[in-house]
Design a protein around this ligand. Sequence first.
Ligand code: NAD
Length: 421
Amino acid sequence: MHDEVKSAALNPYEMAVQQFEEAADKLNLSEDMREILRQPKRELTVHFPVRLDSGRIRTFTGYRVQHNVNRGPAKGGIRYSPEVTLDEVKALAMWMAWKCAVVGIPYGGAKGGVICDPKNMSPGELERLTRRYATEISIIIGPHGDIPAPDVNTNSQVMAWIMDTYSMHEGYSIPAVVTGKPLSIGGSEGRNDATATGVLFVTRQAAKRMGMPLQGARVSIQGYGNAGSIAARLFHNEGCKVVAVSDTRGGIYNESGLDPAAVLRHKQERGSVTDFPRAQRIGVQDVLEVPCDILIPAATEGVITETNAGRIQARIVSEAANGPTTREADKILFSKGITVVPDILANAGGVTVSYFEWVQDLQSFFWGVEEITQKLEVIMNRAFAAVAEKADQYSCDMRLAANMLAISRVAEATQVRGIYP
Ligand code: NAD
């Protein structure tokens, strides 16, 4: 009984619906509209066989969920993990719908996943799993209907296999069916740095609003993967002092500032940022609580909670990770006057450059990295301004404001299109 209660409390889809209802209440959204928006449009479950290297066959389960496509085709990543559940994929699809709406790119939400343990699979097994999963979900994905991208444990190689599989079935190359592809087959310049670049753009705006100069600002970053290590480099280049970083094994701190490139080399050689010379070793969670001006959670969800929120010293929290802050923690940070730039806004640079990749693929006309960065900055700054204005108007935190803005845009598109038939 206790376990049932616990798992119900942690169900990500219920969490997503709860956040939706909070914003819907504040927007006075009608019950009819809520009825439409709180459910995904489609949930596809597939069970499919894959031949393992041993010659044995194993059946895997995968999902693809699409959440409201009134603003454009569905868009969202595919994750491979033993922890994938249909409810998690439904929640992530809903958050993608809000994320695309908040930055104003013409997409609905989607997410996909396969229950598997990719760390214990050979490249051949992963390729066969990917190609068969792509075939199974090909009845709902496509360059005009639903465009997957990488997510946890999937990468540009996995996207290349999906693009190739889909193209083989159609008889010609269709690069626009996925984003996050290698450059050689229609990927976009700037995609790798896009998430961290977007985090920098919105943080600049938040700092400007608070009259806080970025020059010399102390930055602490949890997670040193794609989002975290690139953010460290970009904030360092901006004149900030990266005082602490961490990964799963622990953190490092130096109040005079770390050299992000040297830390990355150390991590690549030793597998972790810990034991980096010229720094003090700190715990995994300490990185959130060190004295700093800007905190960038860039690792995983649920790390800032009501337990540690009171000890956070930063003035700005820019969420590179998805879902790092609980709602209870949000309230504590808000009452302390800390600005939290929420995930659906702060890390939307990734999906925005994915959108640029899709547009370039559809036109077979490719842009240079300067053009991409410039266009990304316009979109991120515009979205930040709209969310900040909403937060001021309703005297609420930026997460609620971002959700309200996103949901009102999706609701408006749904309303104006009408109910078919
Ligand atoms: P990644 O796998 O490249 O890096 C994750 C990093 O976090 C690693 O350094 C890992 O050691 C560390 N980490 C994991 N759990 C940790 C923990 N409990 N404590 C401390 N460190 C921990 O992943 P990524 O692509 O950088 O993604 C990080 C976060 O950003 C995720 O929440 C992801 O959903 C989000 N995000 C990423 C992108 C993107 O384009 N990469 C886009 C949007 C959102």
